[in-house]
Design a protein around this ligand. Structure first.
Ligand code: ADP
Ligand code: MG
Length: 608
């Protein structure tokens, strides 16, 4: 071995993973070809894009992925003209597991039904390693587009790999598999052809297989989205979806249409059936792919608004030039028209899919919080989004919508009531709900992060104001059915006493009819952010100018009735009332240790 060859150990994870892949997926070995071809196609797409945006040599006209089986040498070569890899990229991409560990992979393998196994390979980012299912040794020679030198990576898949300088005339990657004795079927052009047809027909880069010294086309290469719907099968759609989305599930919705007229484009979009396996934190832009006359341009054209970023797919248009620039992506009216048309179409699909409540609930649980961001930030679509929202409710099981809520509103009920917090279960038990429950008034329970924000922007639905029940004074007197059990005390003298005792801690003390079993409750002053929202905002590190809370007291409660007749400044009692109200909302008393001592002393007294 020459001096320039470096030897590297695989990460411990890779070693174990290789073993697993080679042994556990034996019956699905043919998918190694899908993985290598998909990587080659990705690399060519990346080169095309980088050539537009950076100084990288353009992809040659007619570039293809070549597959060359050689029975005499027992090698299978897969070569592409894509972006290539530097020495560091070879070591990093092919020497470590990027996205997840062996343990998760093993677990999923154990849980998977046989038919699901091939998809696991791609899902766990172990695609490249699947080559070792059929090869006893793998050599990769790669030259990064824009770089002068090439590098060779080689491994027998047994714990280590080598890196050495190598020459390659053109940028791209060549992978040579030294095929195992029991895998010679993968040297048969016909067998390879069948695999490509089955797994990779949607890839638009031409793929050829060498046969008797000639390169023969192996894939149809017609862009799937350009075909009439009637010619595409469900399975072809699903396989294409998995390819572009790096996903492994069935799409929940498939939208395939052509727009003709002022804007011309073909679109094939998918709404995933599950949350992405590895959601990129902080990722906010839509990654729907933009093609121009079939050619992939970029996935950074923000074809859909951020709140539809879970949608995957392709938009292919004739209305842009092939050499579209970055600036153009931002400002061209043609693209603005396409964005509008595509967004509208996705919304109308959601509207129609929402008719199947059970199926829509699944979608909502996956992507509802993302969709709600649109209500907060998108003036243009806020109204369209409102009926698509789903909520937990104090009155019904499962999910409900604003139109359904409105249809259940009580006589005399003027507003749509909401309660916001960060824990759905705690919300359902909140004392804030007592008076509403007693009067049979439904309250929507909101517990996602974004719920702290959007109600501020969507303040009405169907002409009914949307109101947080912890904000401002709620007047339930117009609605009948309350439990007016017990006599209300005259709190005329008590209110100013309590207010004086709690100077600087509350902005007001008032009587309320929204409590039944509890003595007190806190509310936010009208006009300021709602109490639970204040808590969420604090947690999200946002500052806000909230006024002091309002202490509301229940004049029918035994404790308040007694206090109404008591003498003195009631300083200690007022403090305890405030602490009780804080506790009910899941907050701590102002002086937790002092509060605990006080309760202990009271208990001791009551046991005397
Ligand atoms: P994944 O494709 O899911 O990222 P793989 O194991 O298939 O996982 O590939 C690992 C990485 O190696 C790829 O993300 C890519 O960066 C790199 N890679 C693999 N094959 C090629 C290729 N033919 N050209 C350029 N880069 C490649
Ligand atoms: Mg891959």
């Amino acid at each position: 071995m020459s001096e320039t060859v470096e030897r590297h150990e695989f990460g411990a994870e890779v070693g174990r993973l290789l073993d697993l892949v080679v042994h556990a997926l034996y019956s699905d070995r043919e998918i190694f070809l899908r993985e290598l071809v998909a990587n080659a196609a990705d690399a060519m797409d990346r080169r095309r894009f980088e050539a537009l945006t950076q100084s990288v040599p353009a992809l040659p006209e007619g570039a293809s992925i070549r597959i060359l089986p050689d029975k005499a040498d027992r090698t299978l070569v897969i070569s592409d003209q894509g972006i290539g890899m530097t020495k560091e990229e070879l070591a990093r991409n092919l020497g470590t597991i990027a996205r997840s560990g062996t343990r998760a992979f093993t677990q999923s393998l154990a849980d998977a039904k046989p038919g699901e196994r091939p998809s696991l390979i791609g899902q766990f980012g172990v695609g490249f390693y699947s080559a070792f299912m059929v090869a006893e040794r793998v050599e990769v020679v790669s030259r990064r587009a824009g770089a002068e030198e090439g590098w060779a990576w080689a491994s027998a898949g047994q714990g280590d790999f080598t890196l050495a300088p190598a020459s390659r005339e053109e940028p791209g990657t060549t992978i040579t598999l030294h095929i195992k004795a029991d895998a010679e079927e993968f040297l048969e052009p016909i067998r390879l052809q069948t695999i490509i047809r089955k797994w990779a027909d949607h890839i638009t880069v031409p793929i050829t297989i060498a046969r008797d010294g000639k390169d023969e086309a192996a894939n149809e290469g017609t862009a799937l989205w350009r075909k009439p719907k009637s010619e595409v099968t469900e399975e072809q759609y699903a396989e294409f979806y998995r390819h572009i989305a790096h996903a492994f599930d069935q799409p929940w919705a498939t939208l395939h249409w052509r727009a003709e007229g002022t804007t011309e484009f073909a679109a094939l979009l998918f709404i995933p059936g599950m949350k992405p396996f590895n959601p990129v934190e902080g990722e906010r832009d839509s990654r729907v792919r933009l093609h121009v006359r079939r050619m992939f341009i970029t996935e950074e054209a923000a074809l859909l608004p951020p709140w539809l970023r879970f949608v995957q797919g392709v938009v292919d248009t004739e209305d842009l030039p092939l050499n579209v620039s970055r600036e153009m992506l931002q400002s061209t009216p043609a693209l603005a028209r396409i964005r509008k048309a595509v967004t509208g179409r996705v919304l109308s699909e959601l509207k129609s899919k929402a008719k199947d409540a059970e199926s829509y609930a699944g979608f909502w649980e996956n992507f509802g919080p993302v969709l709600k961001e649109g209500v907060w930030e998108d003036n243009e679509y806020r109204k369209d989004l409102a009926p698509l929202l789903r909520f937990r409710s104090s009155a019904v099981e499962g999910w409900t919508s604003l139109p359904d809520y409105v249809s259940r509103m009580k006589e005399g009920q003027e507003a749509i009531y909401i309660l916001v917090g960060d824990d759905a279960e705690a919300l359902a038990k909140s004392s804030q709900l007592e008076g509403f429950r007693a009067r049979g008034v439904e309250v929507l329970l909101l517990s996602d992060q974004v719920d702290a924000f959007w109600p501020e922007r969507l303040d009405r639905f169907d002409d009914k104001p949307i109101r947080s029940i912890t904000q401002g004074a709620v007047d339930l007197s117009k609605i009948g059915g309350g439990t007016e059990a017990g006599e209300a005390a005259d709190v005329g003298k008590l209110l100013p006493l309590l207010k004086a005792a709690l100077e600087g801690e509350v902005s007001e003390v008032r009587a309320t009819d929204r409590l039944v079993d509890s003595a007190v409750v806190l509310a936010a002053p009208a006009g300021g952010p709602d109490l639970q929202m204040q808590r969420l905002l604090r947690r999200a590190g946002r500052s806000f100018g909230a006024g002091l809370p309002v202490l509301e007291i229940n004049p029918r409660h035994a404790l308040i009735r007694k206090l109404a007749g008591a003498e003195g400044d009631l300083k200690a009692e007022a403090g305890t009332l405030l602490d009780l109200a804080r506790l009910q909302d899941g907050d701590v008393p102002r002086d937790p240790a002092g509060f605990a001592r006080q309760v202990a002393a009271l208990l001791a007294g009551s046991l005397d």
